[in-house]
Design a protein around this ligand. Structure first.
Ligand code: NAD
Length: 660
């Protein structure tokens, strides 16, 4: 059992496009009348700042555009004198983590309410944490009043964030989410937020790289920034954040870029001590290994991959390792001086980290190559089916870490299925049936017209072209069993009789065998073809079907016994209806009260063929029969109406009459 404490900061979030227009109403909601507008003076945001200023109108009492990275206290002091001089009662910041940092630094000194219009993915706006620089040393503190009261996310403002900055800022958010997953105080809520953020960032970054104006990708990234920032505000971060903090504070490296370079290496360092978290990150990103997956994501999106390109010198590495290991902090793997020195050296050189020991190799290029080999196929449907089959099978092998022996076993199994298959024994249909695929395909094709009778699988014992029979004929050919009188009608969905419908009927005998399984029988028995009269009706005598095992002396039977499954089918009669102007219907009627209709999965019908509306009464009777035939003892009545759909010309008919 997992024990945890989860605290959520009381901040209000407004998310959307054009939400910058709502800042004034937020100021008023917080009781502000004398606003100080804070920004970093970036030309890229000038228009947005103007728009905000106009929106706030007479509420603006002061403006300060000197926010810079790492929140130096001397900058804060200058802004603070302006706050006092102009009797400011509300702070509105627009920009990334630097503008937010300044608002937080002022709020912690004055307790003024803050509204932050966040324009990067740094996530600072939803944390109660402030990092400040005093004489070149960065310190952090946390307090409730540091958390902004309202955060406004306006996706339109992020459209101007250049791609390189979007990538590094997005990876900054990714870092919060990754470290939240192995944080000692993680909770189910932070886990969920983090995983959602990881998956969305993994999809959004390549999309943004392709098309920087992709609003959907921008929105996903901004939303992920909020989720990942919420994780950062809720749980304690580990090695990665410590390293970035050290490199930013002591060596002046740029914030988001440093996160981007360090993250894959910090993940590789921690991989052996946080295998679950890394497996979840890998799964969310759809890659075999989390650390290399993040490195590749950054490289593909054109982000920086080495500390060298950020301006760190090789001579600084030793001191960086010393600073980063000076104080203990929570991290899944023990932080050692040599370990960190190695990590920093790798990051400085920009090497791709080693995949975690035991992780699967990256087989995506191979899969892509196989899929691309179908590109020349002129039939688009065939190309789609083969491409997806290759992807699905490759994924199956990778997910299950398939061994050559297991794959050989599968090939042997299919070979045996081929060898045992004859004109009357179809092992591949049995395999398809017992794996439920026949029912899936049947449901996909035939379950879209609820006003008609449900379809069911064809099964392996259909024989094309059964003998034609007259109404009232006995198709049991003298076989023993409880006599059964079938009175069958075929109508359209409105109940109008369908005359001239050709209906093939086939079933097993009392012992559960079909005629094709009984070589001593002379000719087809318990199978016939009827044609409905003008009233849509036909009748016949047969015998009550019983439950029976599907043939289990082949590889499919061995598969069932290997997994402890029985081979039995619930008792039923098959029907295949073809009528001019109507869609064909392949179905089965099951004997209500019969065996294998109920029970746990694996205990019911072996081929997953039963549908509720196909379970019907085969009502017991004694005495006179409908056509006056003398019967001693009990006989059964099957009285059923099939409703078939008119052909609409849109869906291909599902006739399987060619199947042996
Ligand atoms: P930033 O705020 O310094 O912005 C980087 C640059 O991008 C600036 O020049 C800025 O003007 C520009 N910019 C921002 N938004 C833009 C947009 N939409 N279009 C065009 N240009 C835009 O950088 P950052 O990465 O957002 O924040 C880094 C700072 O935030 C650091 O000081 C870091 O320590 C801090 N931070 C703090 C926390 C926390 O919880 N306390 C969390 C994350 C980051």
């Amino acid at each position: 059992m997992r024990s945890f404490v989860h605290t959520t900061g009381p901040s209000r979030v407004i998310f959307g496009a054009g939400t910058i227009e709502r800042v004034r109403e937020e100021v008023e909601r917080l009781g502000g009348a004398r606003v100080m507008l804070l920004s970093g003076g970036s030309p890229a945001l000038r228009k947005d700042v103007e728009r905000l200023r106009e929106g706030l109108g007479d509420l603006v009492a002061a403006e300060f555009d000197g926010a810079v990275m790492h929140t130096p206290v001397e900058v804060t002091e200058r802004a603070l004198s302006l706050v006092r001089e102009r009797r400011v009662d509300c702070l509105v910041a627009i920009g990334g983590g630097s503008a937010t940092g300044l608002a937080k630094a002022l709020a912690v000194r004055t307790d003024l309410p803050q509204i932050v219009v966040s324009t990067t993915y740094a996530g600072s706006e939803v944390t109660p944490v402030l990092g400040e620089t005093v004489e070149g040393r960065k310190t952090t503190r946390s307090a409730p009043e540091i958390l902004p009261e309202t955060v406004v996310y306006d996706v339109e403002l992020t459209l101007g964030l250049p791609v390189p900055m979007s990538v590094t800022s997005g990876v900054n958010a990714l870092a919060h989410a990754v470290e939240a997953l192995y944080a000692p105080d993680a909770t189910p809520v932070t886990d969920a937020l983090a995983l959602e953020a990881v998956a969305a960032i993994g999809r959004a970054l390549p999309a943004l790289y392709e098309d920087p104006s992709d609003m959907e990708a921008r929105a996903n990234l901004l939303q992920s920034a909020w989720l990942a920032g919420s994780c950062l505000g809720s749980v304690r971060m580990g090695l990665h954040h410590k390293l970035c903090h050290t490199l930013g504070g002591a060596f002046g490296l740029p914030h988001a870029e440093t996160h981007t370079v360090v993250l894959p290496h910090a993940m590789a360092y921690n991989a052996s001590a946080a295998p679950d978290a890394m497996a979840r990150v890998a799964h969310a990103l759809g890659v075999p290994d989390a650390a290399t997956g993040v490195f590749d994501l950054v490289r593909q999106a054109g982000g920086p991959t080495s500390l060298r390109e950020l301006g760190l010198t090789e001579a600084d590495l030793d001191r960086a390792a010393e600073l980063a290991t000076a104080q203990p902090y929570p991290n899944p793997r023990e932080v050692t001086r040599t370990g960190i020195a190695d990590l920093l050296s790798e990051a400085w050189q920009g090497r791709r980290p080693q995949p975690a020991a035991g992780s699967a190799p990256d087989l995506r290029p191979l899969t892509d190559e196989v899929v691309a080999s179908f590109d020349g196929c002129a039939n688009p449907r065939l190309r789609q089916l083969l491409s997806d089959l290759a992807r699905t099978l490759h994924g199956y092998a990778v997910r299950n870490d398939l061994t050559p022996q297991e794959w050989q076993r599968a090939i042997d199994f299919l070979t045996q299925a081929g060898h045992i298959t004859t004109g009357t024994r179809q092992e591949f249909i049995l395999l398809s049936d017992t794996l439920g695929i026949s029912s899936v395909v049947d449901a996909l094709t035939n379950s879209r017209t609820p006003e008609t009778t449900s379809s069911a699988i064809l099964g392996p014992f259909y024989v094309a072209g059964p003998p034609a029979a007259e109404h009232g004929a006995d198709i049991a050919g003298g076989l023993e069993g409880t006599p059964m009188w079938a009175d069958i009608k075929v109508t359209d969905p409105e109940g109008t009789p369908v005359g001239g419908a050709v209906v093939d009927v086939w079933q097993s005998n009392e012992d559960g065998f079909y005629d094709v399984q009984l070589p001593d029988l002379d000719g087809p028995v318990l199978r016939a073809r009827f044609t409905t009269g003008e009233d849509g009706r036909f009748t016949f005598w047969s015998i009550l079907p019983s439950e029976y095992p599907i043939p289990d002396d082949g590889p499919v039977g061995r598969m069932l016994s290997a997994v402890g499954r029985h081979p039995y089918r619930a008792p039923h009669v098959h029907f295949l209806i073809n009528a001019p102007g109507h869609q064909p219907l392949i179905t089965q009627l099951f004997v209500r009260g019969g065996a294998y209709l109920d029970g746990a999965p694996g205990q019911r019908d072996a081929v997953f063929g039963v549908k509720d509306d196909l379970v019907t009464h085969f009502t017991p009777h004694t005495g006179p029969t409908p056509d006056g035939r003398p019967v001693q003892g009990e006989w059964r009545l099957l009285d059923f109406t099939f409703r078939i759909a008119p052909s609409d010309g849109e869906r291909a008919p599902t006739s399987s009459t060619e199947t042996a």
